[in-house]
Design a protein around this ligand. Structure first.
Ligand code: DNO
Length: 392
């Protein structure tokens, strides 16, 4: 069938990743999305460093066209300190990436934290493990482990008392595990943060509300999007995960209205979106299919995974075909989009369950080989079936 298809990707965390390029090639991906994780945030990615990494990937027959992520320095998000230098460096990295043939650059604008979960090993009935977010546990971490001063002040006293009792019933090991999971476990964060660093990083945002953060994002986009347009790079901003504020920090890309605001404010194709069904899908009011139809032409990257909400305050990462999002409808719409615009869009299965041989391994949470291989296989099958049944 000669129609644009997903450009099938897997995320790879570089040479130290326990999941090798060979594993990824065997899973059937065409390429990897990755980053130069060793370069400090804010520094320039040189063409030499990019080329060296690209050659390593190409040796395995895989391509590298999508960066995930080119991180945005906190000073850019706050517009303090050396933000102008960091923006210049960002533009320089975009130019260098374009010279080396990279096409899409993923980033996020979430203050301090990238993604947050409260359990990285939630047991499923079939004995595999999933990532889970439980708002009660998040509150315990915020109130009694991080001891963020505003958290207590803002909490209803009766609720605070209940949570205190719950916290007192936890063992020392459970408390330590919760701290590690919330603050130190997830890949993507720049470093394993300790309590005082987290509090200090959060405190820096005390005068920055959502509107201010939005303004700062738009100022950043006004500087980098023209460069991206000029060199042929598509920027793809990642939504908030979870799609609401955490630790009193502003979050500005959780809902359809947020997407609309950001894409309309800087109306160029290069100002695009990473359509993450897991992040948007955890918000009960997001109509993913509608968002996909509305903003399709600005979507430059798909993260496909499913979540299941089992109450207003808790969601876990479900099997790809079984959560709250109808993945068949999403893939069908993505296939139409690619046909309509005659372009292939990169897609990767997002976090997978930890299962089989990965259960004993120290793979990055959500990023074991086997769970993602399963999701990729399901997505390939789904795409093939949609094409076979709709395209004559
Ligand atoms: C988590 C990922 C995020 C994502 C960044 C993009 O699994 O989706 O870490 O890569 O937010 O900048």
């Amino acid at each position: 069938m000669n129609y644009p298809r997903f450009h099938q990707q897997m995320r790879w965390f570089g040479p130290t990743d326990l999941v090798s390029l060979s594993d990824i090639a065997q899973a059937g991906a065409q390429g990897v999305v990755t980053a130069l994780h060793g370069i400090p945030i804010g520094s320039i990615w040189t063409t030499e460093a990019i080329t060296t990494r690209k050659l390593l990937i190409n040796e395995l027959g895989l391509d590298w066209t999508v960066v995930e992520s080119l991180p945005v320095h906190e000073e850019i998000k706050m517009r303090t300190g050396q933000f102008e230098l960091y923006i210049q460096n960002y533009c320089e990295s975009l130019r260098n990436l374009a010279v080396c043939g990279l096409e899409v650059v993923t980033y996020n604008f979430m203050p301090v934290f990238d993604w947050v979960r409260t359990d990285i090993a939630h047991p499923l009935p079939n004995q595999s493990e999933a990532l889970l977010y439980d708002h009660r546990k998040y509150e315990l971490a915020d109130l009694f482990l991080l001891e963020r001063p505003e958290a207590k002040a803002e909490m209803d006293p009766a609720q605070l008392e209940k949570l205190q009792q719950q916290f007192d019933r936890m063992s020392a090991v459970e408390k330590q595990e919760l701290f590690q999971c919330v603050f130190q476990a997830l890949p993507g964060s720049s470093e394993a943060l300790v309590k005082d660093q987290v509090l200090a990083a959060i405190a820096q945002y005390q005068d920055i509300d959502a509107q201010q953060l939005r303004n700062n994002l738009i100022a950043f986009l006004e500087a980098v999007v023209p460069v991206a347009e000029e060199v042929g790079i598509q920027l793809a901003i990642h939504p908030d995960d979870p799609p609401f504020s955490v630790f009193g920090l502003p979050r500005i890309l959780s809902t359809a209205a947020d997407v609309e605001y950001i894409l309309a404010a800087v109306p160029y194709k290069a100002n695009g979106l990473c359509f993450c069904t897991g992040s948007f899908g955890a918000h009960p009011e997001n109509d993913l299919l509608r968002m996909l139809k509305e903003w399709g032409s600005r979507i430059h990257f798909f993260h496909l995974r499913n979540t299941k909400r089992d109450g207003p305050d808790r969601f876990w990462e479900a099997s790809l075909l079984e959560g709250d999002t109808d993945m068949y409808e999403i893939v069908k719409e993505a296939v139409y989009l690619m046909q309509k615009e005659q372009r292939s869009i990169p897609m990767r299965p997002d976090h997978g369950h930890k299962m089989l041989d990965d259960l004993g391994k120290a793979v990055y949470p959500g990023y074991g080989a086997i769970g993602r291989l399963k999701s990729l296989a399901e997505l390939r099958g789904l795409e093939y079936a949609v094409l076979a049944s709709t395209v004559k």
